[in-house]
Design a protein around this ligand. Sequence first.
Ligand SMILES: N[C@@H](CCC[C@H](N)C(=O)O)C(=O)O
Length: 280
Amino acid sequence: MQATTILPNFALQYMKLKFYKYQGAGNDFIIVDNRENEVDHRNPALIEGICNRRFGVGGDGMMFLQQKDGYDFEMVYYNSDGQPSSMCGNGGRCIVAFAKYLKVIDSETDFLAVDGPHYAKVSDSGDWVSLQMINVDVIKKDGEDYVLNTGSPHYVRLVDDLQNVDMYEEGRKVRYNDTYKAQGINVNFVEDEGDHLFVRTYERGVEDETYACGTGVTAVALAMAKYQNRTGEISTPVKVLGGNLNIRFKYDGEKYEDIFLEGPAKKVFEGELDLADFGY
Ligand SMILES: N[C@@H](CCC[C@H](N)C(=O)O)C(=O)O
């Protein structure tokens, strides 16, 4: 990384920031190697500007890979609105691929994220990641729909003809209703297509539909196991707008354990930002 310093008061000594762009099933992220703790990222306007798809790099979120005692690294995640958020599953898979690219890890890792420790495995090629998610033992009903937390809060609704649903419109009706508008929630619609699920997600903090949401497809797979009264070792292939993911887990009818979110995580490009372009 080039000499890049953002002083605590956000005045910049050097205006360049090296970044990497990754995507996992079309959920895309800007990642910065912050092992030297050179970047003070508590700056919502800067992160929102860099994530902007017209005036910035563009991304559903931005992450910083940092050193953490007792772990291979720490994942610090921001939504594209510039606010720190809860867990991002696809972001977690992408930052694991990035850690392998940096040679911070080899084929396995234990890292820390906002919802606690995570274990993950990455393929030799470095572009396929299996990420262990937190255990889940609470799943609530809201009418016919399901609400659960897989590291981030999710709402799950089973629908027909998902391809033709206006996710922006319908997602916002749930995300901004009286129950959820204060804390926010991610809204997933699912259609059972036989040998796989088709899932679309409206994401809090992006405030639009994304091409994939890792904690979202995980929530859907868990909720569908309950809905379909399936127990035991379950593997659920999921199609999303940006590709395919798989979720496997154990379910005894009450709690879900050994949950793994699996799929592609790829480096798209890397570059250098001139932070003066973002008002600094
Ligand atoms: N895209 C993510 C979820 C990111 C967090 C979410 N927007 C929230 O604020 O809850 C994923 O892959 O899980």
